[in-house]
Design a protein around this ligand. Structure first.
Ligand code: 6PG
Length: 475
């Protein structure tokens, strides 16, 4: 009789293979399908001694050897490949089986697939998986949403393979429908923002203050010992010390300044815009990747517009009571990173009601504390804030967090003004500051904008002293 496997994986690429090896390491019998026999062989070879794994080259072989209800995860590129796999699985699976999409899928695709499979009696669940290759192998952060029955069936496996923080697994239920993929998308938007903020600080310190890579390595390593402690700061410190084997130069200096993307950051911005939610730091991170692509135009414009950078000083005496530039950069990065999480979480708060996802926000920050790309010590602070007040619409309304921000915001102001005065593109830092200043200003000048709208278009306005809509004959 065939071995009854506990968990099946479709697609043994980097993520699929590592996640399935992780499943096997936790005592579950794991079977993986890939059309490529090299990949199935590599998968079997990489397994830990004593674990039960099998690689097969037809879907039938995999499906037939799974215990029911079957648990089948798809980890193939998002989009049509996922639909193709679902179509191939349909004749093979039975009512009650569970199909999981673990990719970075656009959330409406997940809803569509859920609605397609539910009447057929198939449980379909979208799970955001973060942590890259290493995370998949040794403990990712996972964001399942939608079919609650499927989640209950998957819970024992997912909890055992997830990263752990304070003994708690970094996986939990994210809410209705496509909430899992939605939360993962916002995670990626925050990831874009933090990466861009780090790049802007790097630019100010490297090109502006003339710090070399070794000094930057030291600085980022020391930042990673305190309140900025996080995965992205840690890998940035590592990157500065890596040498290029071909030239002997620092590798980071040899890398072309043109950023790639797979689109999840752009989706976050587009959907936030559709929902009317402000996430300007994430928007700017997407924009900067777009600007980075214009390499040849930028080089030409650089020549025409001359040397606009005056050079940012690292001499404290020239900083007008500003503390050292390094310290200001640390405080600026800290507050701007907080603003990135704040914006992402405010977006989830709105999605929770407007898209009827009912996202337990404390679960999102809880599972991000370990295993994922945006893990940082700050997540613990946010987690506590949501435990205190689960319905808080914006984390800036939490007094503990407000104190962290008000203690550091002046560093962000100084760094932003230095960047602006010296011609350094620091849009994500600037947008973080603008978001903060706008959100914490009781009266914005948009009363005037309402007057303008009413003037030229009779769009009406509300008044400060009484209820209702008003129109004025302005001329
Ligand atoms: C993760 C990452 C992962 C992937 C990004 C890269 O959480 O493990 O977010 O999903 O590395 O999607 O995105 P870009 O290619 O768009 O930068």
């Amino acid at each position: 009789m065939d071995q009854q496997y506990d968990f099946g994986m479709v697609g043994l690429g980097v993520m699929g293979r590592n996640l399935l090896l992780n499943v096997a390491d936790h005592g579950f019998k794991a079977i993986g399908f890939d059309k490529d026999p090299v990949k199935t062989a590599d998968f079997e070879k990489a397994a830990t001694a004593g674990t039960i794994v099998k690689g097969v080259n037809t879907l039938e072989e995999m499906v037939n050897q799974l215990a029911t209800p079957r648990r089948i995860m798809i980890l193939v590129p998002a989009g049509k490949p996922v639909d193709d796999v679902i179509e191939s699985l349909l004749p093979l699976v039975d009512k009650g089986d569970i199909i999981i999409d673990g990719g970075n899928t656009y959330y409406t695709d997940t809803l569509r697939r859920y609605q397609y499979l539910a009447p057929k009696g198939i449980h379909f669940i979208g799970i955001g998986v973060s942590g890259g290759e290493e995370g998949a192998r040794f403990g990712p952060s996972m964001m399942p949403g939608g079919d609650i029955t499927a989640w209950e069936h998957l819970k024992p496996i997912l909890q055992s393979i997830a990263a752990k923080v304070n003994g708690e697994p970094c996986v939990d239920y994210m809410g209705n429908g496509a909430a899992g993929h939605f939360v993962k998308m916002v995670h990626n938007g925050i990831e874009y923002a933090i990466m861009q903020l780090i790049c802007e600080i790097y630019d100010i310190l490297r090109r502006g203050a003339g710090k070399n890579n070794e000094e930057l390595h030291q600085l980022f390593s020391s930042w990673n010992e305190a309140e900025l402690k996080s995965y992205l700061i840690e890998i940035t410190a590592d990157i500065f010390s890596m040498k290029d084997p071909e030239t002997g130069n620092h590798l980071v200096d040899m890398i072309l300044d043109k950023a790639g993307s797979k689109g999840t950051g752009k989706w976050t911005s587009q959907i936030a815009m559709n929902m009317g939610v402000a996430i300007p730091t994430i928007d700017m991170a997407v924009t900067m990747r777009n600007l980075s692509a214009l390499k040849s135009q930028r080089v030409e414009a650089d020549k025409i517009h001359g040397d606009k950078q005056a050079g940012i000083t690292s001499d404290p005496s020239e900083m007008l009571n500003a503390g050292t530039l390094e310290n200001d950069c640390r405080g600026a990065l800290y507050t701007a990173i907080i603003m990135s999480y704040v914006q992402g979480m405010a977006m989830l708060h709105t999605a929770s009601t407007e898209l009827e996802m009912q996202i337990p926000l404390h679960n999102a920050v809880k599972v991000w504390r370990g295993g994922c790309i945006i893990r940082s010590t700050l997540l613990e602070t946010f987690y506590e804030a949501y435990l205190r007040n689960p319905q808080i619409p914006n984390l800036l309304l939490d007094e503990t967090l407000a104190k962290l921000v008000t203690d550091n915001i002046h560093a962000l102001r100084r760094v932003v003004s230095q960047a602006a005065l010296n011609g350094f593109p620091a849009g994500a830092l600037m947008n973080a500051l603008t978001y903060y200043d706008a959100y914490t200003t009781g009266r914005l000048p948009l009363n005037l904008l309402q007057a303008q709208r009413d003037y030229f278009g009779a769009h009406t306005y509300e008044r400060t002293d009484k209820e209702g809509k008003y129109h004025t004959q302005w001329t």
